[in-house]
Structures are given as structure tokens and as C-alpha cells.
Design a protein around this ligand. Structure first.
Ligand code: SAM
Length: 221
């Protein structure tokens, strides 16, 4: 390997070590680890620990009382969100898979979060979201069908109050988004939502390189 090649490899190793440090900075407790294990087993890949911590941070920062989660999975992101929300606040969580929501409910219980803290809705996101009230939510977190991300953004803009936050997990989609060679429908839809969020005058955007990428935006007043 050339000297430049070695330098490049060393730089990549350093970035990987730094990102690993970020992910391990806030270790998950037993309830989250158990939920993560079930999520991985069920194929409902959970948000990364640092991504979850970012959700908790945002929910705390904006004093979130009403949050919509699109893609409950087995409960990892829900626990992180609920731990940032007010003590009596309610998470509305949507998932098309009944079994995943059953496992998510177990995860919330194990995390000490009572059933009154969640409103679980089984159904396809694009059928459920139109039934939710306009302007009634502090935060919308999207982590379901990647090809539907642009449509989740449209729904979020309607659901959020001014000052509310929309967030999308997998905004970097396994390093594919940054690589123009990847043009599969999931990657293209995630790129599109990135462009839409960045170019929308109603939004203040931020792309965080935590986990698989967390795209956030505040809806302006
Ligand atoms: C990546 S997992 C969510 C992981 C979860 N947010 C977490 O961090 O633990 C995606 C979830 O979205 C659900 N899903 C996929 N397509 C959907 C759709 N069109 N509507 C609602 N849920 C969907 C899947 O059943 C799966 O549970």
C-alpha cells in the first residue's frame, strides 16, 4: 500500500474509533439492552444508542408532551423518547406489525413506563397519520418505511406545532446516502427527504452523524 493509502486507512480507523466512542458515551441500561436484543432478533433494527440519546435530548429541550413515533419497532426509540418527555406526557406510536408493538409494550413495562404513557396504534403509517390532529404534536420521529420518508415529512409538517421538531433515523442509510453510486429506492427517498428538509423555508435543519444518521428540523413559528 502507498503512504497515502496508509494515511487514509489510519484516518478511517480514527474516525471509526471516535464514532464508537460517541455511541458508547451513554451506555444503555438493562431495559434498553433487552429491548435492543429483541428488536435485532425481530429484524426491527433499533436506533443506535447515541441516536436514542439525541432523541431524549431533543424531547427534553423542547419540553415535549405529545410525540408521534412512526415505527415503534420493539421499543428502543420509544423508551429514549419517553425518558425525555414530561412525566405525564404521552407517546403515540404507530407500527404495521402487531407483534413488534407487543414486544415494544413489554420493553416499556420493563423500563418502568406505565401503559398510560403510550398510545399504540397498529396500522400503516400513511393510513394512520391523516387521522391524527393538526398542529397538536411537539415532535414527530420517523423510522418506518424509508421509501415513505418524503410523505412522512408532509404529514409531520401538518402535525407539528410551531417550534416542534421532526426527526428521521437512518438519514445516512448505511453510508449509501453519501455515495452517488447507490441509486436504490430507499437511498433515493432518504436523499430526497434530506433535500426537502434542507430547502424548506419553514424548517431549521440539522443532520447529525450519530448511529446511521439522524436528520432533525425545527418547524419555525
Ligand atoms: C427500524 S424499525 C423501528 C425501530 C424503532 N424505532 C426502534 O428504534 O426501536 C421499523 C419499524 O417500522 C415498521 N414499519 C415498516 N413499514 C411501516 C409502515 N408502512 N407503517 C407503519 N410501520 C411500518 C416495522 O414493522 C418496524 O417495526
Amino acid at each position: 500500500m502507498s503512504q497515502a493509502g496508509f494515511r487514509e486507512e489510519a484516518a478511517i480507523d480514527a474516525i471509526s474509533a471516535t464514532l464508537a466512542y460517541v455511541e458508547e458515551y451513554l451506555p444503555e441500561d438493562e431495559a434498553l439492552q433487552r429491548a435492543r436484543g429483541r428488536g435485532q432478533e425481530a429484524g426491527a433494527t433499533p436506533i443506535s444508542p447515541a441516536g436514542g440519546a439525541a432523541l431524549r435530548f431533543v424531547a427534553t429541550l423542547i419540553g415535549a408532551r405529545t410525540v408521534v413515533e412512526v415505527g415503534s419497532g420493539c421499543g428502543v426509540s420509544g423508551i429514549w423518547l419517553l425518558r425525555g418527555m414530561a412525566r405525564d406526557a404521552v407517546l403515540t406510536s404507530v407500527d404495521v406489525e402487531h407483534e413488534n408493538q407487543r414486544l415494544a409494550k413489554i420493553a416499556y413495562r420493563e423500563a418502568g413506563l406505565g401503559a398510560s404513557r403510550t398510545r399504540m396504534i397498529v396500522g400503516r403509517a400513511l393510513e394512520v397519520l391523516p387521522r391524527l390532529t393538526d398542529g397538536a404534536y411537539d415532535m414527530v420521529f420517523c423510522d418506518a418505511d424509508k421509501r415513505e420518508y418524503p410523505e412522512y415529512l408532509t404529514a409531520a409538517l401538518r402535525l407539528l406545532r410551531p417550534g416542534g421538531v421532526v426527526a428521521f433515523d437512518n438519514a445516512l442509510w448505511h453510508d449509501r446516502v453519501a455515495d452517488p453510486a447507490h441509486v436504490d429506492p430507499d437511498t433515493e427517498a432518504i436523499r430526497e427527504v434530506g433535500r426537502l428538509v434542507r430547502d424548506d423555508e419553514r424548517l431549521v435543519p440539522l443532520l447529525l452523524p450519530v448511529g446511521d444518521g439522524l436528520l432533525c428540523a425545527v418547524k419555525r413559528d
